[in-house]
Design a protein around this ligand. Sequence first.
Ligand SMILES: CC(C)(COP(=O)(O)OP(=O)(O)OC[C@H]1O[C@@H](n2cnc3c(N)ncnc32)[C@H](O)[C@@H]1OP(=O)(O)O)[C@@H](O)C(=O)NCCC(=O)NCCS
Length: 126
Amino acid sequence: MTVDHRNPVLRVVPGPTDINANGHIFGGWVLSQMDIAAGIVASRRAGGSVATVAIEKMEFIEPIHLRDVISVFAEVDRVGRTSMAIRIEVVATRDRGRTEKKVTEAIFTFVALDEQHRPRPVDQGE
Ligand SMILES: CC(C)(COP(=O)(O)OP(=O)(O)OC[C@H]1O[C@@H](n2cnc3c(N)ncnc32)[C@H](O)[C@@H]1OP(=O)(O)O)[C@@H](O)C(=O)NCCC(=O)NCCS
């Protein structure tokens, strides 16, 4: 799976409270950053509010360390009638930029919402 790595949607640095008992970063913290980044991409594509309806695939490939800089890349993978699959990759940069590792990847599904928070059709034109 490949996502364009030129423009991250987010760059984030985890803090000391994000560490688990192994000294690595909690999976839930990473998942949260991915949900935020994918939500931005889905909302832009839908031109309005969206909600996460499913995480279809999630793989933690390598641990994230405390001083890593995390880049979250996300792009639209496919568009349904009201739903959008967003492909996400997380890259950790360490050793002051000398090392880059893909640490996590996933596909999240979002649904475009109307003002009553019900599914609304996504423009198929793009
Ligand atoms: C999003 C929500 C409004 C969708 O309502 P719904 O009654 O399930 O809507 P539908 O059955 O019409 O499905 C809407 C679309 O989502 C897709 N979808 C629904 N459940 C899905 C699932 N588990 N996996 C993948 N796609 C799913 C449907 O296939 C449909 O796609 P399409 O229109 O492109 O064909 C509703 O599920 C909801 O409010 N969920 C909570 C969202 C939320 O709070 N997220 C934050 C996490 S706490």
